[in-house]
Design a protein around this ligand. Structure first.
Ligand code: ZN
Ligand code: FE
Length: 759
């Protein structure tokens, strides 16, 4: 007879976890107790080896549907009392006993009630239950009960109240529960069309080629028929978004399969409770407008996750509805997503013909989550609705409370408390002042919800970031210390934290741009890291980045600097002779020019050299197009020409010989311009070879055998695959992202981890 003390961390409260543990104990025949203890569930289990094995197996492998088990710690207890039954111990809510759930997509049971004419919630646009519905976006303060959500304005009718109070119903303790008699209502702004008529009017408008702003769970979307090219192009013009792909919402999974190529494992994910936008390859004969994702083999697709969206596709009226709709965030470029009628009228009413809103308030914005797919699991691009604020668990660290402000682009922030790090929903790009005030408001709201009193604030080192100014002000106001950590180091820490790794790694931080410790621009770095500091041991070969902000959009400028050959540049159509001269003068006189090791800019330059994109019309345009060309070649062949001198050894730093390679690839491309795809692939392969060579050298000197891949450039699936393949073949352990984005949306986690280890 042995006794185990088991701590289960994660979303294990409010999801029926304790009754589940009790049933598991009955099944396995063990005795003991289970109780909620703040951030974990505390279990004592007594039995024979065989019984305990069976019990632990159930806990680990068959937890309740809605729970998210982040970690299970098991300790052997000596001299335990003898138990004679298995009991659930009711615990008082302790201070700091926090459970904040993400928003959950409408479940199958609610969906079938929604379309059942005999059901009391037939066609109710706000149907939900204990297992589904809005959570984070409607919560005001803790604890989570109706008065403290935006549903407080809608008193329950007697029927709903009875269900809410009866443990036997599906709506027991479901705070947002409501029905056609007592719930919120949809309406068209500026008219008296409400309820079902508003849904019909919206469907009619969309099918007649119109654009409608529609309020959802975490904010407004702009919506039009994805098969109507005129409507799509009009939306592009209005939103001033010439090429960037639009996300789609499709009626159901069958539609997705008809339009896109779906891989094994993706179905469960798309149909699951989080319903992210998933990047999928288009079918060759897909019916959506080519203008949805121009020059792009993939498209972002999600399934309806809110009842009002389901009703858009399916409503008992005479309108024949499209099964593919554009569902792009309702915001002004760079500004946060609109969440109130006032926001929508002020900011996006000129982008649309009509606004379908409702009177349930959104307190915290949550954009749609976007994810790619890599090694048979999701690979996060933007982590927001359905994921935030699920925490990442750190096993060590100080347990002090941390607020990490995150980066300037794709901002998210992170609150650390009791060894759990809670990344926020997506906030946005801080160049827009509206986003800065959204950050300030969201920080306050999330700290309130998590009952967090930060003891330290962590931010980036960039002197011109709005987030840094905000962090300085806040630390000052609260009278608490501020720690600034280097951008690319924070990227690597985020990857380590996500993987629960706390040793030393060779961090490969390939990124757009960040502020380097020597005042130059960094972004292609090899860093020896642990949670206490880093050493820069390598980088790509520095080049002159001229033109300030424009150089991030105009890859030809970097190409011109790398090639340093006006004749070659004009022959390849990279720039005119005048443009070349202007660039050369700027960099010679150091006008708006700074030394850079940005890997993102290197990708832009290679894209320009190979004639793929001279200029990016949206972030990542040139580099993703380069990846598509490389993937096309990869499907036919994986042969490529190795590059002879991959590394340059400087005094105390290794440089990947990328500048010389750029010249090499340019002259070979000039000799045979048919080789775009092959050379695009070769570039990815050669860069991975360089990474491998450098890592092997570093391992020789340091004995460090773990590599971590992070930074925005690692949104590039092909580069991740090639790097991992090579590194693992050479015996390295490789840490990759999955649930946290490799881009700047993830750095708040690295900052927060640093904070908890260094106060
Ligand atoms: Zn439900
Ligand atoms: Fe970054």
């Amino acid at each position: 007879m042995r006794t185990l003390n088991i701590h289960t961390y994660g979303i294990v409260q409010g999801v029926g976890f304790r009754p589940f543990v009790s049933r598991a104990a009955d099944t396995a025949g063990v005795f003991g107790t289970v109780a909620n203890r703040g951030s974990y569930v505390d279990i004592y289990a007594q039995g024979t080896d065989k019984q305990l094995d069976a019990f632990v197996d159930i806990i680990k492998n068959a937890p309740p549907k809605r729970s998210v088990v982040l970690g299970v710690d098991i300790a052997e207890i000596e001299d335990a009392p003898k138990y004679s039954s298995f009991e659930i111990i009711e615990s008082e809510k302790e201070y700091g006993d926090i459970f904040v759930s993400p928003d959950i997509a409408t479940c199958d049971m609610c969906r079938s009630e929604l379309f059942d004419p005999k059901n009391k919630r037939y066609l109710h646009p706000f149907i939900n239950c204990t297992q589904c519905g809005p959570r984070l976006t409607i919560m005001d303060t803790m604890p989570y009960d109706r008065e403290r959500t935006t549903m407080g304005e809608f008193p329950m009718c007697p029927d709903c109240a009875a269900e809410y109070e009866d443990p036997a119903t599906r709506r027991y303790d479901a705070q947002p529960v409501c029905c056609n008699d007592c719930g919120p209502e949809v309406y068209i702004i500026g008219s008296d069309i409400r309820g079902g008529a508003a849904i019909t009017e919206t469907r009619r408008k969309i099918m007649s080629g119109g654009i409608v702003a529609i309020k959802g769970i975490g904010g407004f979307h702009l919506c039009c028929d994805a098969k109507n090219t005129d409507a799509v192009s009009r939306l592009r013009k209005l939103k001033n978004r010439p090429n960037k792909p639009f996300a789609l919402m499709m009626k159901n999974y069958e539609t997705v399969c008809r339009e896109c190529i779906v891989k094994d494992g993706q179905e469960a994910y798309m149909n699951g409770w989080q319903k992210p936008i998933m990047l999928l390859e288009k079918q060759p004969d897909c019916t959506i407008s080519a203008d949805i994702a121009p020059d792009n083999i993939t498209v972002g697709v999600m399934l309806p996750y809110a009842p009002v969206q389901m009703l858009l596709f399916d409503y008992p009226d005479d309108i024949e509805m499209s099964d593919c709709l554009v569902m792009t965030s309702g915001n002004v470029r760079g500004a946060p997503i609109c969440r109130s009628d006032e926001d929508a009228l002020r900011e996006i009413s000129s982008f649309c013909d009509m606004i379908l809103s409702h009177n349930r308030k959104i307190l915290l914005r949550a954009d749609d989550t976007v994810t790619d797919w890599l090694f048979d699991k999701p690979y996060m691009i933007r982590r927001s609705r359905g994921f935030a604020p699920l925490p990442i668990m750190l096993r060590h660290g100080s347990g002090k409370q941390v607020l990490a402000i995150g980066g300037e682009l794709k901002n998210t922030f992170c609150i650390g408390k009791n060894g759990l790090l809670y990344p926020s929903p997506y906030v946005g790009d801080m160049a827009d002042i509206r986003t800065v005030s959204a950050l300030s408001e969201s920080v306050e709201r999330m700290c309130g919800l998590l009952e967090s009193e930060p003891e330290v604030i962590v931010c980036d080192t960039h002197p011109l970031y709005n987030t840094v100014a905000f962090a300085e002000e806040l630390a000052d106001k609260k009278g608490i210390p501020l720690i600034k950590i280097q951008h690319h180091y924070a990227h690597i820490l985020s990857c380590m934290a996500e993987n629960g790794f706390d040793g030393k790694v060779i961090g490969i931080s390939f990124d757009g741009t960040g502020y380097g410790e020597d005042g130059t621009i960094w972004g292609g770095e090899l860093l020896l890291c642990d949670y206490h500091g880093f050493e820069r041991v390598g980088s790509i070969d520095p080049f002159m980045q001229s033109g300030g902000d424009i150089s991030a959009k105009e890859g030809w400028r970097i190409a011109a600097a790398l090639l340093d050959d006006p004749a070659l540049c004009t022959k390849l159509g990279i720039c005119s002779e005048t443009e070349f001269k202007m660039q050369a003068v700027m960099s010679a006189k150091k006008i708006n020019s700074v030394l850079s090791t940005s890997c993102g800019r290197l990708f832009d330059a290679i894209s320009a050299i190979l004639g793929i994109r001279r200029v990016s019309t949206f972030e990542g345009d040139a580099s993703t197009a380069l990846m598509y060309h490389a993937e096309i070649y990869e499907r036919k062949s994986v042969e490529y020409k190795k590059f002879d001198t991959p590394l340059i050894y400087e005094k105390d730093i290794i440089r990947l010989n990328t500048s010389e390679y750029a010249k090499n690839i340019a002259s070979r491309f000039l000799a045979d311009v048919q080789k775009t795809d092959e050379l695009a692939y070769e570039f990815h392969a050669v860069l991975s070879d360089m990474v491998l060579q450098a890592c092997m050298d570093i391992r020789k000197k340091t004995d460090i055998n773990t590599c971590a891949l992070s930074g925005g450039v690692f949104q590039n699936r092909l580069l991740v695959r090639l790097c991992r393949q090579r590194l693992e073949a050479a015996g390295f352990d490789v840490l990759l992202h999955s649930v946290i984005p490799p881009n700047d949306g993830g750095i708040c986690l690295g900052q927060a981890a640093y904070g908890t280890f260094n106060i």
